[in-house]
Design a protein around this ligand. Structure first.
Ligand SMILES: C[S@@+](CC[C@H](N)C(=O)[O-])C[C@H]1O[C@@H](n2cnc3c(N)ncnc32)[C@H](O)[C@@H]1O
Length: 448
């Protein structure tokens, strides 16, 4: 049973490494096409995420045991050793003997006698001698980076922006498995009612901690339930739900969401508009529009219309049309959702921040004339990098004097966020460890 799981894990990890495939998408796809049972899926998920999350720490631990150097190993051997060491250190439910035996069996199957002997030798030496201490690393930034398994540039950047304690807390929270949360479709039922419906279908669920629309799923596959299929709920993180509330849209308004796919926030806004008025949901990519439409159909939303558009060319497509609310849930580095997509920390480069900020600013500039006088422009990201957040907003405001920060945003945020001290003058940043949610940034601006 578990031998198959480890081979599948090895293949997924190799694919992520080679083609920079997204871990969550690849894992979901593999699980869908496999015959693995629920327990095996749990183990597979744990090994894949854990090995990516702890990649650099695992390589550091392996270093004294691999004479020719971890980097010079064939990719598959390095990944096999990583995932085996990960299990030896962090998983209690599999006996160490079985972990080593299975690694050696896989090595025999994929390589020659010498390689399986080497894998056996490395893992047995590691068992005997244990992991080398990280305290030998003198440089504090390098030590924290290896301890938490984060790239040094990111640790440095976060320390500059948030200080050492917050950086450590953010890293630690990214190593904890993410919670599954869903948003209740208020057009159909209340949170309490949906919790009962889910319990009747064998799902352990509780009202959310941060968002008034959220339900936290403790146990069970919620996406197989009738409650889900009949459009009572949508998968969404609790901090992401705060964006929909920040938009402050109600029935009869003209609203536009220019970076809308796969539709998490658009469908939330459409629900708050009581399925009335007009919500236009656009995205750059044609194939993603289908996802928005599927969600809107499932949820029974008829006030939402979706189409392809490059937000930077909005005027060419919509002329001079203006809206009461404009949402820019911008493309970003995703540095707030590393807990959910751990590969982000290895694939993003520091230079990506600057190039993505250019796109964010271009989108804001292009949509600004389409905000009605007295209307609101909401800018959100799932990154916590200040350059993509506060700096982007300040740069936009400096050039667009008719916009001001909207201080009424605080009225639409949960009191917990204000008490945490994360709100300031129309801007809010939620760090991943604040409430064990995704990291998020929201700015609300009003056109004078
Ligand atoms: C953070 S995601 C949006 C998530 C979405 N709002 C939700 O809640 O489900 C950013 C989206 O922006 C889209 N995008 C990137 N550049 C764009 C552009 N120039 N114009 C419109 N959409 C763009 C991407 O395809 C991606 O779907």
């Amino acid at each position: 049973m578990s031998k198959a799981v480890r081979e599948v894990a090895l293949d997924i990890l190799l694919q992520i490494e080679k083609s920079q495939a997204y871990s969550n998408l690849l894992l979901n796809q593999t699980v869908k096409n496999s015959k693995l049972d629920q327990r095996d899926v749990g183990l597979l998920t744990e090994i894949v995420y854990g090995t990516i999350q702890r990649r650099d720490t695992l390589d550091y631990y392996l270093t004294p045991f691999v004479k020719k150097g971890v980097k010079s190993l064939d990719d598959w051997v390095r990944v096999l050793l990583r995932l085996s060491i990960y299990q030896l250190i962090y998983l209690d439910r599999v006996p160490d003997r079985a972990i080593v035996h299975e690694a050696v069996t896989i090595a025999k199957k994929r390589g020659h006698q010498g390689i399986s002997g080497m894998v056996n030798g490395v893992l047995r030496s590691f068992q005997r001698q244990g992991a080398p201490s990280l305290s030998e690393i003198k440089d504090p930034i390098e030590r924290l980076a290896l301890e938490m398994s984060f790239p040094t540039w990111l640790i440095k950047r976060w320390i500059e922006q948030y200080g050492e304690a917050e950086t450590r807390a953010m890293c630690e929270s990214s190593l904890v498995p993410p919670t599954v949360t869903v948003r209740v479709n208020r057009l159909k039922a209340s949170v309490e009612h949906v919790v009962t419906m889910l319990q009747e279908e064998g799902i352990k669920a509780n009202p959310g901690y941060l968002s008034e629309d959220a339900i936290v799923i403790e146990k069970g596959n919620v996406f197989q339930t009738e409650t889900y299929k009949q459009g009572f709920i949508t998968a969404q993180d609790e901090s992401s739900m705060l964006v929909g509330r920040a938009v402050d849209a109600y029935s009869g308004m003209d609203v536009i969401d220019v970076c809308a796919a796969p539709g998490g926030k658009s469908t939330h806004i459409a629900e708050q508009m009581d399925n009335e008025g007009q919500l236009l949901s656009f995205d750059l990519h044609d194939h993603k529009i289908k996802l928005i439409k599927e969600q809107a159909n499932r949820l029974g939303l008829t006030n939402l219309e979706s189409n392809v558009m490059d937000a930077r060319n909005i005027s060419a497509q919509l002329g001079t049309k203006t809206f009461d609310r404009v949402l820019v849930d911008a493309p970003c580095t995703g540095l707030g959702v590393i807990r959910r997509k751990p590969d982000i920390k290895w694939t993003k480069k520091e230079s990506d921040i600057q190039s993505i900020q250019r796109i964010q600013l271009d989108i804001l500039e292009a949509v600004a004339p389409h905000v009605k006088q007295g209307g609101k422009l909401i800018y959100s990201t799932c990154t916590i990098d200040k350059w993509e957040n506060e700096e982007t907003v300040q740069a936009f405001l400096a050039k667009n004097k008719e916009f001001k920060l909207d201080h009424s945003l605080s009225d639409r945020l949960p009191s917990k966020v204000i008490e945490q001290g994360r709100y300031q003058n129309g801007l809010v940043t939620i760090l991943p460890h604040d409430f064990q949610t995704d990291g998020f940034f929201i700015a609300s601006m009003v056109r004078g």
